[in-house]
Design a protein around this ligand. Sequence first.
Ligand code: HDD
Length: 712
Amino acid sequence: MKSKKMGSTDNPKLVDLARNTSAQENQFMTTDQGVKINDDANSLKAGERGSTLLEDFILREKITHFDHERIPERIVHARGSGAHGYFELYEDLSAYTKAGFLTDTTRQTPVFVRFSTVAGSKGSADLARDIRGFAVKFYTNEGIFDLVGNNTPVFFIQDAMKFPDVIHSVKPEPDWEIPQAASAHDTFYDFISLATETLHNHMWAMSDRAIPRSLRMMEGFGIHTFRLINAQGKPHFVRFHWKPKLGIHSVTWEEAVKINGADPDFHRRDLWEAIATGNYPEWELGLQIIPEEDEHKFDFDLLDATKLIPEELVPVKIVGKMTLNRNPDNFFAETEQVAFHPGHIVPGIDFTNDPLLQGRLFSYTDTQLSRLGSPNFHEIPINRPINPVHNNQRDAHMRMTIDKGKTAYFPNSIGGGCPHLAKMAEGGFHTYEERIDAKKVRDRSKSFSDHFSQPALFYRSLKDWERNHLVNAYAFELGKCVYDTIKQRMLWLLNQIDKDLAKRVATKLGLAIPTAIDKPINQNIGADADPKKHEPGKVKKYLEKSDALSQEHIHSDTIATRQIAILAADGFDMKSYKKMKDYLEKNKAVVTLIAPHGGKLTCNQQMEHTVDAALMTTESVLYDALYIPGGKESINALKRESKVFKFINESVKYCKALAFEGEAAEIMDMSAAKDFKNDDAVFINGKPEDFARAIAKHRNWKREPHTVHIPA
Ligand code: HDD
């Protein structure tokens, strides 16, 4: 493996993008036609107070361009954040695939990643309860491979035919365009309670996975079963996983709501700042590889995107690592114009008959035509491969390439038969020759009809704190619905999944669980299909639980990039402050000095310290932990600030690590923290390393049941 890490100068994709970048330094301002401009503030007029002249080409050009600056936002995943990086392979996988980026361990393959929420508009807030998109574009030497996944291992529906329905149901309701970036409304629950295949992914959406602490702290999944094909043509089924090196962490729903107000760009900022400060996010690539002969050995269908393959049944083989080490230069040019497509595959990877994947293969090119405006979207710098492109596709809007020669057809003799075809041995793509002997039907396999076993497995596998959050999420979301019939249908379904879950949600809703419902609940089926054939079956317990489904399963002991709030006022104790700050910063945490006022603070050693944020400009929910150094004068000043108590109480309530030094104990005694002196993550005159250890654990969830009385 290459030891040197791919940086900005040797990343072939970044070198390729540099061909199109433009910097303004020391340049004259010109029109789009290159004419130098000497007044950019005043239009051309018939006299100082006269009307503007149509002749003013500078004004016309500027306004015309502005008028057309917007393109349609993505129909789903409109809100997103992107970054560049590279992928490196740990071991040669040629036993399974001939894809170069999965066989050549000396290569580093450039990637561009876009994370997104699904339902909200481009300008919506980052902490919506939602699935996160996790789309990776690999610029391989053999062409582009896009792994267009999510942060959950399953999807809402089994067949692409229902995609417009599930999306229409979750998007704002069409009459009043409410609610924005939220699933908590009637149309969504109307749909999902009638289409029971949605229940598994929905349960992930109700879990903490849907409110990540950071885009850098979530898993990614390719979801569908794909095929790997080796050089001998032998296939294996595969599912792709991304495992974050920082562990999987979330905020609570109450925090999410507050963060959306305090910093709607919380995730975008976090990703950007981590990369800008050299704390490069990393994920390991994992593969679940299944021999073709094992296709039917599971209690579920590998082609069903609403089912995961428990890691206990097929372990995830870690094969490589992705590092994101460069922010985009221009959001629109890169993050907005990037066009992913699950149909962008390279030799060595192939599709399966998963009916959801099959439909996606149509949708993604189609959507770029209206979003980016032309079949030439592959020429947009962020989308073009790093290897050469030659074919007989020609013309259309905004064609950039100037194709030379007389021929644009194949076969030809005038052009010497070029571009010529590649044999398989020369890297020509060859579709896996799957044997098919079937009737053409509009139907779904009965092997897709188990809709309850995996949501039940998911619920059983969560830790107590995760289950509590999930129950609250259901209660919140259903509580926002207006129609009792919808809530009851959901309760009835939850009861099929897990009695404890249904009971707890019902209690919070103040509703009884119905013993029967008056509507058929599975409307997946076509009019002629036999409803009996498609009725969701009872819960099967093929596995008691899967530890991998709990967020506790990936740990990290680092505090790098963790945001630590230090509250202080003039006269704070320099010695203890410095000791803590130095330790945290040495371990790459981000320390923010917050004070009742902006400008400078003077410590008890009469030194000046720059205030990073005035109390009024920031909120505790934006930080991972809180530290208050001693110093009599400082503590007396902090006692007069109600926001200080908001900081402490919220930090206690949301189970964060807190440290108090010297006189700060007096403030602690005036706050909700006073009842938590023996808490594992609360420190009075504690050691910085113990505080750091508690921060690395993210939260002390054991505290949570004891914080219900805190009105934060
Ligand atoms: Fe999709 C975008 C992920 C099913 C149709 N999808 C989109 C993006 C992600 C996913 C991450 C954003 C890519 C970006 O950042 O630009 N979609 C998924 C996953 C699915 C899935 C993991 C199921 C396993 N999608 C799916 C279906 C259809 C679509 C079944 C249609 C039949 N998806 C689209 C789209 C989008 C899109 C409308 C909107 C913008 C775009 O494609 O480029 O075509």
